[in-house]
Design a protein around this ligand. Structure first.
Ligand SMILES: [Zn+2]
Ligand SMILES: [Zn+2]
Length: 243
């Protein structure tokens, strides 16, 4: 299957990524994508974008080369209390808010159980997607959090990039997908591209989902409309900031 909306991408605003918005849009058009969310790293990560990057996202056109551009962020879960690194009033204006734990800016590295961090995040109204959460270093109660994701209308991410850079996460990613299937919780499949060439590349994630016969209808970003419908059901309007 083809996933037409890539919900997790980075540009040179995070300096460990290498392409501009224009380059990403051009490549997305060539790859046949309908939409991409620009979700650069929030400021707590050492080379994350400055808060002004997010405040000024509305400078970006809503469509470039025929590809819809969604304003987003990948915010950092900072600790077991579920604190985050951008103001909620700002995040509420964005179309796609991805939330992740990243080792360099997470304060509770030594904890054995990270359920309480995810519990706060999954109930935070400004968060849309729980990202690459399969890391064995940040284990949490999958059943409990996925139940809460359903209840709070959040999506769980299966991140293709994890199959290359976080290989020890792969068995947990599969487990998370299996629980989502069992409980009928929506997921997104994303590239987490840090350069154009990775955009729209979900091959490893899709192979894994195929292996467990994951239902297509639960892949909410299979096209832009299915994602927009899901967000509207949640009471969130996309492209709201410019209106
Ligand atoms: Zn990340
Ligand atoms: Zn990312």
């Amino acid at each position: 299957m083809k996933i037409l909306f890539d919900t997790h991408t980075h540009t040179i605003a995070s300096t460990h990524a290498y392409s501009t918005v224009l380059e990403m849009a051009k490549y997305a058009q060539e790859a046949g994508l309908e939409a991409i969310a620009i979700t650069d790293h929030a400021p707590a990560i050492p080379d994350g974008a400055h808060p002004w990057h997010f405040q000024n996202l509305k400078a970006l056109p809503r469509e470039i080369y025929g590809v819809k551009i969604l304003y987003g962020a990948e915010i950092n879960i900072l600790d077991l209390e579920g604190n985050i690194d951008l103001p909620e009033e700002l995040l509420a204006k964005l179309d796609v808010v991805n939330a992740s734990i990243h080792r360099p800016c997470y304060k509770d590295l030594d904890a054995q159980d990270h359920t309480s961090a995810y519990e706060k995040i999954v109930q935070n109204p400004v968060v849309d997607i729980i990202c690459h959460s399969g890391s064995p270093a940040f284990k949490y109660d999958y059943e409990k959090i996925i139940d809460l994701a359903k209840k709070n209308h959040k999506l769980m991410e299966i991140n293709n990039h994890s199959f290359f850079v976080r290989k020890d996460s792969i068995p947990n990613c599969k487990r998370i997908a299996e629980i989502c299937k069992e409980k009928e919780v929506g997921i997104v499949v994303s590239s987490d591209a840090h350069i154009t060439f990775d955009l729209g590349n979900y091959d490893n994630a899709l192979d894994m989902l195929k292996e467990i016969s994951f239902p297509e209808k639960l892949i909410i970003n299979r096209n832009f409309k299915s994602f927009e419908d899901f967000m509207n059901e949640k009471g969130k309007k996309l492209f709201a900031w410019n209106m």
